[in-house]
Design a protein around this ligand. Sequence first.
Ligand code: SF4
Ligand code: SF4
Length: 447
Amino acid sequence: MTVSANYDAIAKCNKCGFCHVACPIFRATGHESGVARGRLALLRGIIENRVQWNEEMEDPLFTCLGCGACTTNCFGAVPTADLVLEARAEYLDKVGKKPAHRLLFEHLLPYPKRLHAAAKAVALGKNSGASKVANALGLLRIFGRDLPKAEGIVEKLPMSSFRGTIKPGVYPGKGKDLRVGYFVGCGVDVIQVTAGKASFEALKETSKSVTVLENCCCGLPPWSYGDVDNTRKLAAKNMKIFSENDLDVVVTDCSSCASFLKKYAKIFKDDTALDPAGQKNMPKFQDMVEFLSGKSDTKEGDRESQDVGSYYDPHSAGLGEQVASRGENSPVIITYHDPCHAVRGQGVKSESREILKAMKGVEFREMPEADWCCGGAGSYALTHYDLSQKVLDRKIKNLKKTEADILVTSCPACMIQLSYGIRRHGLNTKVFHISEIVEHAKDTAEV
Ligand code: SF4
Ligand code: SF4
């Protein structure tokens, strides 16, 4: 797909400027080239031969968070994030691919075992205070000039990956009917391992079986960098795994993965080899938040019950003091951050609040601008550190207004970014994945 092929969509921008107020990057910089209207004007300039492909296009294309907030504020619903993303592919073709991305997209992300080994090497270096080891290995240099500033974003790395502890395979659950595949995203696998364990337990609670899949990366990172070939290779590997396992639903606790897996059907619909509609045993995909809320979207079939059911029982669970140090009779204050890929990528918003609001001993407080991007955006914080921190500062300012003990979300990249902002601003708020909170609630109820 070239930029020219998107001319009609790009030309739909009437230059009204309504997108300005919603764009975290424009609000942080005030630069027209950092907002949908400006980015689209440059793309139109390229098609009309008034602007040339050169390195000056890098910032307007690569500073976009892909958060989609502009589109929700645009009467014409111009899909700027998608248009920018497709333009990145042409930029990399014409101006040049950063060679280091190859290491990540071609040699690490398709192979979970290599990714685990790389993560372990980085963890060894980082946890011993010698993070230069990771640099010396060249593993993180792919993220470019901002890496030295960004090294503190991840505080500590687990020495063992999720799938190093809970091996891929089929595990019996307590439920009667549903055969669930657990898609383990890279972030959960190598960084947010505790969230992965909580999700695994939650999945077993209502499923007949849980298959911890041997999936590789969903493909979103190369897709975000305009690398269609490597996206295709990763998706092909995953679809083969889905086909080989007869599953009712594939659930993931990374909202970014969930959003991207749901996009396979659209992205590959004209690809005869990959079109999910033509694949055997293709399951439905679900965000963990949807699964926990019991809002079933499993595949239609001949099973008597397709209902996932609600794992979380609000009447028996109480959060108590396990997760925050409140006084005996004071409720724990919880707030929620909507990952972009949940709220705009999948339309998943109310489910998380329903779960949290129903918990005993909890006071849910809505955070202002809860659905604004936190600036994490995958590896954005590593490639555009300063900009990412400006976006994060706004988020933390809003978090402070809630006085929350706990901030809950459903995307590992957001968890890392938010935790970093909280540390940098000296707050005491704890960050949890929604699966962890549900597990805490269950544990408390069982005591
Ligand atoms: S809101 Fe939409 S139409 Fe208006 S300037 Fe922004 S992208 Fe263009
Ligand atoms: S996708 Fe987000 S960062 Fe990109 S132009 Fe739209 S609002 Fe701004």
